[in-house]
Design a protein around this ligand. Structure first.
Ligand SMILES: Nc1ncnc2c1ncn2[C@@H]1O[C@H](COP(=O)(O)OP(=O)(O)OP(=O)(O)O)[C@@H](O)[C@H]1O
Ligand SMILES: [Mg+2]
Length: 233
């Protein structure tokens, strides 16, 4: 579904992603893990068409999408959910979700389906999004992305600002989603246990370079990952 080759991202004279290669197969969930400043957001934003100065090659389902702007990518089914969520706080949950749908193709069945996937949102559909808890807001952000029926969902640190129990709830919702709809996901995360539980495979990004890659089970057992990201010895 996604092939990234030699992706480089620079801000001014400073390169922060140094030739990233990664792949996500259709139906797969892949995690990009790494600590603060590793380059996760820069890499996802570049894939999503939000870093015009990047270089390298990106293909979506075999089609070259390098250099296409974000709106053109969204039309092709690549949808990015930023860590900051960017909801319209004064608008209701329902209104925020509807805004995710394609403007020329309103989709009532889809709204019912998305609300069904996140039962908490059903209870709160008339509440202003700005008054939701962090975890609920994350569900709205993902729900809004799902309204587009994405082929590939890019999630940037969905755990941002959430207490551990909410991180679990949000990731449990992702796991349900994967079961319900053969969704393809690339998730950047520093909450490594949650990400490795969801993902089939992962890449470890440090200082803009992939240092390790493997199945989620392999990385969970890897002494370097256990020491650096799981706080275990
Ligand atoms: N707009 C920008 N201008 C200049 N430098 C930037 C910009 N955005 C990011 N950077 C730098 O690029 C590097 C990678 O940042 P990035 O946001 O991709 O890290 P990250 O892995 O997402 O970290 P975090 O887990 O904290 O979100 C950092 O050194 C950061 O300071
Ligand atoms: Mg980030």
């Amino acid at each position: 579904m996604l092939t990234v080759e030699g992706l480089r991202v620079a801000y001014g004279d400073i390169e922060v992603v140094h030739g990233l290669d990664l792949e996500v197969a259709a139906g797969e969930a892949v995690a990009l893990i790494g600590s603060n400043g590793a380059g996760k957001t820069a890499a996802l934003r570049a894939v999503a068409g939000l870093e015009p100065g990047c270089s390298g090659r990106v293909r979506l389902a075999g089609e070259e999408i390098t250099g296409l702007p974000a709106h053109a990518l969204a039309r092709r089914g690549l949808v990015y959910v930023p860590a900051e969520r960017r909801l319209f706080g004064a608008m209701t949950v329902r209104e925020n979700l509807v805004l995710g749908a394609h403007p020329e193709r309103p989709d009532r069945d889809r709204l019912a389906r998305v609300v069904e996937l996140f039962p908490r949102l059903a209870e709160r559909r008339s509440q202003p999004a700005g008054t939701l808890s962090g975890g609920e807001q994350q569900m709205v952000a993902v729900g809004r992305a799902l309204m587009r029926r994405p082929r590939l969902l890019l999630l940037d640190e969905p755990s941002t600002g959430l207490a551990p129990v909410l991180v679990e709830q949000v990731y449990a919702a992702f796991a349900r989603l994967r079961e319900a709809e053969a969704l393809t996901v690339l998730v950047a995360e520093q909450q490594v246990p949650a990400a490795l539980q969801l993902a089939d495979r992962a890449y470890v990004l440090e200082d803009g370079r992939i240092q390790l890659t493997g199945t989620a089970d392999e990385l969970t057992d890897d002494p370097r990952v256990r020491r650096a990201y799981l706080g275990l010895t």
